[in-house]
Design a protein around this ligand. Structure first.
Ligand code: SF4
Ligand code: SF4
Length: 115
């Protein structure tokens, strides 16, 4: 499997997890943390990939990350599932936060050249 294929496979897994479990519970443009705490609404604020219509890239690390407010709403088994996926992503080394697929692939190619 190429790194590009692996990235897509992990992204699909993360996307499905978030879709099935809906931890951010977005309602009328506000996420759970935005509604229940004094912290910022959405963890994307200030990101260069954030456009008016939302995230403009395929960001694997972001897709598999949750703030504590959202994470604690998941049952333990689901949290374990998410940690497992997180460690799979870490192992793949395509885990740059706030980064696109292209940025992650560029990074891993640089790492491979150094090894
Ligand atoms: S992870 Fe937290 S801050 Fe980010 S969108 Fe979900 S609830 Fe909001
Ligand atoms: S790259 Fe991450 S932080 Fe940036 S807009 Fe996309 S999901 Fe949000």
């Amino acid at each position: 499997m190429t790194n590009s294929q692996k990235y897509d496979m992990l992204f699909k897994k993360a996307e499905l997890f978030m879709k099935e479990n809906n931890p951010c519970k977005i309602e009328n443009g506000t996420c759970l943390r935005g509604r229940t705490t004094t912290f910022a609404n959405f963890c994307c604020s200030g990101c260069s990939h954030l456009k008016e219509e939302g995230c403009s890239v395929k960001a694997l690390r972001c897709k598999s990350w949750l703030c504590p407010t959202a994470e604690v709403t998941l049952p333990l088994e689901k949290r374990k599932e998410l940690y497992k996926l997180g460690s799979e992503i870490e192992k793949s080394r395509m885990s740059l936060a706030r980064s696109s697929k292209e940025e992650n692939l560029k990074y891993i190619n640089l790492c491979l050249r150094r090894n």
